[in-house]
Design a protein around this ligand. Structure first.
Ligand code: URA
Length: 410
């Protein structure tokens, strides 16, 4: 087989066989196929798409490139979740303890953030002492002992995704529905859960910008799930506005704790209740309405907060020692009116400039910094009132963060 013929075939829009996909992708993993050849094939896929058969074959090739976890020795239903990444997205920190407190097992492997949205693992690392790397035995033990675990993804899990994702990131080939579906579903299936909830972020601050693409991705991931006999549900959620009031690692952990303590009622609360209700509905095979009642109870009676504290302590974390910077800059409004939009992209750029994110995988994160939104969409604001507060440790460009707030004068 010849890689040029494979690229040529895809460039013409023809369907590749599983052997051809295997030759190209595993060849790339083994370094027989070169970066520029794989880049060219990925771009042809981006432009011409993939048939369902190609997507199913490629998902299988991805899964089999590494280890597949077998969780069947652990009793109970295991439900996993994934988000396609959003600004201020700390939903895992909230949803996992809610669902685990209701008796459903949550085996969750997460990633670090790259680009404008932070990863769950970075957020957890802002808690002093918290161990994100665990062995397979520790993973199984924690899942069995307390019903949940959130840790970083092992190197053995879908190694093909790691190398292909890094290449997509630098070749303008991230925004391909079939490639996104293969990337997400291969990792979720290899992680071994019985059922999977995927939160597809849609909007200016997200990878998927429009509703049509979000629905296409949703339907494709459900079809992949069917092939593996896994129930998959997807939520399509807005990502024009940051999720919750906090963007930045320790700030987001603090907001998660506040929410579990019943003190937060905003767009983050609504989305977490929605995600958790779907997970509980799948896990217990009950209606969404009944599941929602259980989820809200778990927040109100603090059992979800107790599960969160148990989980943090199990992985060595000490929340008392978590720090948020003492240096604060309050950004005041120069307008009076009602806030009709808060641009997630601008807020994430400011937070990143303060040091909360990475632009390259080797960048060191400052866990203590970020942005607190004093006002939310729908709130009234007066001249001189605080729009948001920047927590910083170094002087940086604040990109005119007031531009993030759209204020309609009354
Ligand atoms: N998240 C993933 O894990 N993979 C993608 O390709 C896009 C979002």
């Amino acid at each position: 087989m010849n890689i040029i013929d494979v690229i040529d075939k895809k460039r013409k829009g023809d369907e590749l066989s599983k052997d051809e996909l295997d030759f190209a992708f595993n060849g790339y993993l083994n370094k027989d196929i070169l970066d520029y050849q794989m880049s060219s094939l990925l771009m042809a896929i981006c432009i011409n798409g993939m048939t369902d058969q190609e997507v199913f074959d490629l998902t299988d090739i991805f899964i089999k490139s590494g280890e597949v976890l077998d969780l069947s020795i652990i009793p109970g239903v295991k439900v996993d979740k994934h988000s396609t990444g959003g600004v201020g997205d700390k939903t895992t920190l909230i949803v996992a303890p809610i669902v685990a407190s209701l008796g459903i097992k949550i085996p969750k492997m997460s990633g670090r953030g790259l680009g404008l949205t932070g990863g769950t693992i970075d957020k957890l690392e802002s808690i002093p002492g918290f161990r994100v790397e665990v062995t397979k035995d520790q993973f199984m033990k924690e899942l069995n002992d307390i019903g949940m675990i959130v840790c970083s993804q092992t190197d053995n899990l879908v190694p093909l995704d790691k190398v292909i994702y890094s290449l997509r990131d630098v070749t303008g080939t991230v925004e391909s529905i079939p490639l996104i579906a293969v990337s997400i579903m291969s990792k979720k299936i290899a992680s071994g859960a019985d059922k999977i909830l995927i939160d597809i972020k849609c909007g200016d601050g997200a990878l998927i910008k429009d509703d049509r693409s979000a629905k296409e991705l949703r339907d494709l991931m459900i079809r992949i799930g069917n092939v593996y006999n896994k129930e998959v549900r997807c939520i399509i959620s807005d990502m024009d506005t940051p999720l919750g009031a906090c963007v930045g690692n320790a700030l987001e952990v603090a907001e998660a704790v506040e929410l579990l303590d019943g003190k937060v009622r905003n767009n983050l609360y609504d989305l977490c209740v929605d995600i958790a209700s779907n997970m509980v509905s799948m896990g217990k095979e009950i209606s969404i309405v009944d599941a929602r009642e259980e989820v809200i109870d778990a927040i109100n009676n603090k059992s979800a907060l107790a599960k969160f504290n148990q989980f943090v302590a199990y992985q060595g974390g000490n929340l008392e020692e978590m720090r948020i910077s003492d240096n604060k800059l309050e950004i005041k409004s120069t307008k009076k009116g009602v806030i009709t939009a808060i641009d997630a992209l601008i807020v994430s750029k400011v937070s990143n400039a303060l040091g909360s994110g990475r632009t390259s995988i080797d960048d060191v994160i400052d866990y203590e910094v970020g942005v607190f939104l004093n006002k939310q969409v729908g709130d009234s604001i007066d001249v001189g009132e605080t729009l948001c507060t920047l927590y910083y440790n170094k002087v940086s460009d604040n990109f005119n963060i007031t531009d993030a707030f759209k204020i309609e004068e009354k």
